[in-house]
Design a binder for this molecule. Structure first.
Ligand code: M6R
Length: 606
């Protein structure tokens, strides 16, 4: 989704801003622009398309040491140059970039119109810059211009504003992340920690309601109650290691990083001897674990499917009810919150607006929410205050892969810890932990022999639709496989619990319809195979994901074997061929694998 980068310091701003935009690209966007103050005027350049397209239209020399930049993911108004940020006031005195949504912008636009000021774009963001210009004309300082304008707004914003005649940048945050990076006599602003790591590890995450005045070598933050002392966070080095290297795409790189990422997630968090998990960051005491009446998990997309697997493992091991909610459906249904229950907010980015809203709803009603998050210091991590970082490292491909397996692993460790305080025996806990520790090796073993992925791609690439089936822990894996193929290859995909197939989706099947069946060697395999036979009997072509050495391999038109593992850990392996199938099918169709159309990596609007 939209990204912001800003710079004020002693170096030439333009290359820093363009590189910042490049590092924000993975979030997904459709147009991009930059504004640089050259000392006498502010030069603005914008274009529909990629950062490379912007680079191509930039004049050879744009000098200036202060500027702002933006990648836009259209919400209000089409993908056009005029709707691209930065937006500028009619007199050219103020330039602004905005992430978020101004809900009452139509009303504000009418008020501007009544005063003879017409917005040139269709965006909600432009009203802000025109309103600030009125304040500036009235004699307000830059900070007052922003403060006075914000009073009239409803919605969410991350703002970075350049005032032509004042040597500062002003930032404001409400619901849309914004981070200040502190350098030597230079200051950076970004909506994402990733681009900052190229310049500094010392950052300050703005909180909702914060306003920041940023100067060349310093900055100050005010909130409603007055000035606040900035809380400096030192970013992890690992966030810098996000370059593509020799890999053809980020998705490819991230798929193959899964064994190492999984090792990072497990390291130091399991006690093999006691057969349990040790999630220190959750701050769980024995009494809380024993007394918890139920667990509710929240997430969107891939995170929700990982949460569904976690839910099943919590019930299996902890023997308490657990349920997963799609975050966007949670708050609006006025949920009943039990303060003794555990709520787990699962998110790779930690910035997903729907999940943030759900977390706020739970907290408002007195519930305790724990984050299961990848990005350190992200909004969800900070809102929850407690939880478990999944330690996948930077995930830049829009399609989530290594975050999924690490979410599953982190939730497995949580379930084991919960289970061991309740009903899970030491022997069963030990067996599970031992298998979990082997999972990275088994992933590597699979990657050495990925099976006939290309034969599967032949069945998938020209399909009108694809059905994915699985039971138990494999039902969310089937959903994840369907989501991956759909978002990357733009093929309509449907995922169903295998037993439900005969209650409707079977009507779709005809001669040659591809059906992907996930059937590891667990207690549900025989039933899954019945569904497979029902599909076959109607002419479907079966792509079967099964365990190595299992004779059911003979039942698929294309059969892909993964190494055998503990039946509760099968998702960590069965998802791998589904990721590769989606990746290879998308490549065959000539899709943009890392940045599929219309999608964003971080979905920061509700
Ligand atoms: O950052 P989050 O994990 O909260 O993101 C949730 C979804 O937006 C995300 O998983 C999305 O579905 C991915 N594109 C899936 O590959």
């Amino acid at each position: 989704m939209c990204g912001i980068f800003g710079y004020i310091g002693h170096q030439q701003a333009l290359p820093i801003l363009v590189e910042g935009l490049r590092r924000l690209e993975y979030r997904g966007y459709d147009s991009t622009g930059v504004a640089v103050d050259d000392g006498s005027q502010v030069q603005t350049h914008k274009t529909v398309g990629k950062v490379a397209d912007l680079k191509a239209i930039l004049p050879k020399s744009v000098s200036g040491t202060r500027g702002i930049a933006h990648t836009r993911w259209a919400t209000h108004g089409g993908v056009t140059q005029v709707n691209t940020h930065p937006h500028v006031s009619a007199d050219g005195a103020i330039h602004l970039v905005h992430n978020g949504i101004i809900e009452n912008y139509q009303h504000l636009r009418r008020r501007l119109s009544a005063r003879g000021i017409e917005c040139v774009s269709e965006t909600d963001s432009e009203v802000l810059v025109q309103m600030m210009a009125l304040e500036l004309d009235g004699g307000a300082t830059p900070l007052e211009c922003v403060q006075n304008t914000l009073q009239h707004l409803r919605g969410t914003w991350g703002l970075c504003i350049l005032f032509r005649d004042h040597d500062v940048l002003i930032c404001a945050r409400n619901g849309s992340p914004l981070i200040i990076g502190q350098g030597e006599n230079e200051t950076f602003v970004s909506s994402d920690p990733h681009p900052l790591t190229a310049h500094t590890q010392r950052v300050v995450y703005l909180e909702d309601g914060d306003l920041a005045v940023i100067e060349r070598g310093s900055f100050s933050i005010t909130t409603k109650g007055g000035k606040v002392e900035p809380n400096i966070t030192v970013l992890e080095e690992a966030w810098g290691e996000a370059d593509l290297g020799d890999a053809p795409h980020y998705m490819y790189k991230e798929i193959y990083e899964q064994p190492d990422a999984l090792r990072q997630c497990i390291a130091g968090r399991v006690d093999r001897e006691m057969g349990t998990g040790r999630l220190g960051g959750m701050g769980l005491d024995h009494a809380a674990l024993v007394q918890a009446p139920h667990v509710r998990l929240l997430g969107c997309g891939t995170a929700a499917y990982a949460a569904e697997i976690g839910q099943m493992l919590i019930e299996k091991m902890g023997r308490i009810p657990a349920v997963t909610h799609i975050s966007s459906e949670f708050r609006n249904n006025d949920p009943v919150i039990n303060p003794k229950a555990f709520y787990l907010a699962v998110s790779q980015s930690g910035e997903t607006a729907d999940t943030i809203s759900a977390v706020k709803e739970i907290k408002l009603k007195g519930g305790q929410v724990f984050g299961v998050v990848n990005v350190v210091g992200s909004t969800i991590a900070r809102l929850c205050g407690r939880g478990v970082y999944i330690h996948s490292g930077p995930e830049q491909s829009v399609a989530s892969t290594k975050a999924f397996t690490n979410m599953v692993a982190a939730l497995t460790i949580f379930a084991t810890q919960l289970g061991r305080t309740r009903h899970l025996s030491k022997a069963d806990g030990r067996e599970l932990i031992q298998h979990l520790q082997q999972a990275p090796h088994l992933m590597e073993a699979y990657f050495e022999d990925i099976g006939p992925i290309h034969e599967a791609v032949e069945l998938l690439h020209d399909a009108g639709s694809v059905l994915f089936l699985g039971r138990g822990l494999s039902a969310p894996v089937a959903k994840e496989g369907a989501l991956k193929l759909m978002e990357l290859a733009y093929i309509p995909c449907l995922a169903y619990p295998a037993g439900e197939m005969k209650h409707g989706p079977i009507a779709l099947l005809e001669e040659g319809s591809p059906v992907v069946v996930v059937a590891p060697n667990d207690h549900l395999k025989e039933k899954t195979m019945s569904a497979l036979h029902e599909c076959k009997a109607r002419g479907a072509k079966i792509i079967l994901i099964h365990e190595k050495g299992d004779p059911i391999g003979a039942e698929g038109d294309v059969s892909i074997a993964v190494p055998a593992i503990h039946p509760w850990l099968t998702p960590l392996l069965t998802v791998l061929p589904l990721q590769l199938m989606a990746y290879e099918t998308a490549l065959k169709l000539g899709r943009d694998v890392d940045r599929p159309r219309n999608l964003a990596k971080s979905v920061t609007v509700e």
